[in-house]
Design a protein around this ligand. Structure first.
Ligand SMILES: Cc1cc2nc3c(=O)[nH]c(=O)nc-3n(C[C@H](O)[C@H](O)[C@H](O)COP(=O)(O)OP(=O)(O)OC[C@H]3O[C@@H](n4cnc5c(N)ncnc54)[C@H](O)[C@@H]3O)c2cc1C
Length: 399
């Protein structure tokens, strides 16, 4: 039987970031990935580094917005994490650009929403600046004339999702972590001193003993949790993204909309990426959603997203669209991440849910520290909010 101190399930950004931190911390790490590295959400996402409170937290009442605001501390840590990441990885090819982000409002109601959001952010120490339309256009001349106001955060930006996970995996490998692609977890049982995993590799089953296990399986978290006999309430959502032809640089910022679904930025090579939470349709089959098949593009999402983009940044309306694609994001019942020790299952940890590109490196650092028995420092309060303990009632009667 193979053995490792820590077995990580999932070769996305989060699994690879945790492998890097744990291996650097002196741990013998084995990371297994059912398919290929970065083939899940980590390689399909929009690459936004958005630290302002997201629109999705503002559209379901005060309680959710207040709760989201309490995790702003994680966003503040994530700013530093992303600023430092290229140097820490010794890799300047991640296309990290943090030239600021604007969340815009075009109606009276949206201006009020922006003001409410900015007040929450101020309370939790995020230095968002509320500006009027004229100042927004002075910073971002490409914005539509009817943009009434914006909240500006100087640290927002984007990075290249196709490059980041690979760089983290390389760093993890250099620190001694082992990686097995095309290897799926099939069973996970608690044993004395840790966990015994059954992995399917090719046609063979391989047994691995590990003192700890980190589930970093994205949209598959619930299924992987079931293999360990726990409910990890993380639900798959199909999203879609669009990208235009390459054009000369004109959009240095991340642009979001407080009232409509929009995230937009210009990538390093000139393409404009347009998304913002527009749904695609998850495949269905067997007993439920079929995550082995890519979600289907929805025409209404495509036209809706492009219409919002052109209404916010008119010159985007003249660009040719070259590709639309779908991906699956994982979301919890309260929309916050699920990160930390799983109660009642010693040695089992999870990181999933939410804006895992922006927050993934920060969550991976914090949970790795927890696994190494080290302090999570400034992250402690926010990590308590996102800990799996808040869903412990789901597992209270599970044998
Ligand atoms: C279209 C889209 C746009 C997004 N835009 C943004 C954005 O702009 N900013 C942002 O912050 N976030 C964004 N996200 C969310 C972000 O991409 C994810 O939160 C993040 O990538 C999650 O990383 P992960 O490593 O947890 O999951 P994943 O990258 O999905 O990796 C999980 C891996 O686990 C593997 N796995 C599953 N089951 C098993 C098993 N049994 N055995 C072995 N391996 C297994 C899977 O094959 C997969 O590779 C977006 C997501 C989507 C889909």
């Amino acid at each position: 039987m193979d053995a490792a101190d820590v077995l990580i399930i999932g070769g996305g950004l989060i699994g690879c970031a945790a492998a890097w931190h744990l291996a650097r911390g002196g741990t013998d790490v084995l990371l297994v990935e059912r398919g290929e590295l970065n083939a899940g959400a980590s390689g399909q996402n929009a690459g936004s580094l958005h630290f302002q409170i997201e629109r999705r937290f503002l559209e379901h009442g005060e309680a959710l917005a207040d709760q989201a605001a309490r995790t702003v501390a994680l966003s503040r840590l994530a700013v530093t994490e992303w600023r430092d990441l290229p140097a820490a990885l010794g890799d300047d090819r991640l296309d990290v650009a943090m030239h600021g982000g604007l969340m815009v409002a075009q109606s009276d109601d949206e201006v009020r929403l922006l003001e409410r959001k900015a007040a929450l952010e101020a309370r939790w120490g995020l230095p968002t600046r509320l500006i009027d339309g004229a100042e927004a256009r002075a910073i971002a001349p490409y914005l539509a004339d009817d943009v009434r106001a914006a909240s500006f955060l100087a640290d927002e930006g984007h990075a290249n999702p196709r490059l980041v996970t690979r760089a983290l995996a390389d760093a993890a490998g250099a620190a001694g972590a082992r990686y097995l692609p095309r290897t799926a977890l099939r069973a996970l049982v608690p044993v004395s001193g840790g966990w015994r995993a059954t992995l399917r590799r090719g046609a063979a089953d391989v047994e691995v003993a590990a003192a700890s296990v980190l589930i970093a399986a994205g949209a598959w978290t619930m299924a992987v949790g079931a293999l360990a006999g726990v409910h990890l309430p993380v639900f798959p959502i199909g999203l879609q993204m669009n990208v235009t032809e390459r054009v000369a640089p004109f959009l240095p910022h991340l642009v979001q909309h407080v009232g409509r679904r929009l995230s937009m930025k210009q990538a390093h090579d000139g393409n404009v990426l347009i998304g913002g939470g527009w749904p695609s349709r998850l495949a269905r089959g067997g007993d439920g959603f079929d995550l082995a098949r890519a979600p289907t593009v929805l025409a209404d999402s495509l036209t809706g997203n492009l219409a919002v983009a052109a209404a916010t940044v008119p010159q985007v309306g003249a660009l040719n669209l070259i590709r639309t694609w779908t991906g699956v994001v994982a979301i919890t019942a309260d929309q916050l991440p699920l990160a930390g020790a799983v109660p009642g299952r010693p040695g089992l940890f999870v990181i999933a849910g939410g804006s895992g590109f922006t927050l993934g490196p920060t969550l991976a650092r914090a949970v790795s520290a927890e696994m190494l028995g080290r302090s999570v420092g400034d992250a402690a309060e926010a990590m308590a909010l996102v800990a799996p303990a808040r869903f412990a009632h789901l597992n209270a009667m599970l044998a």
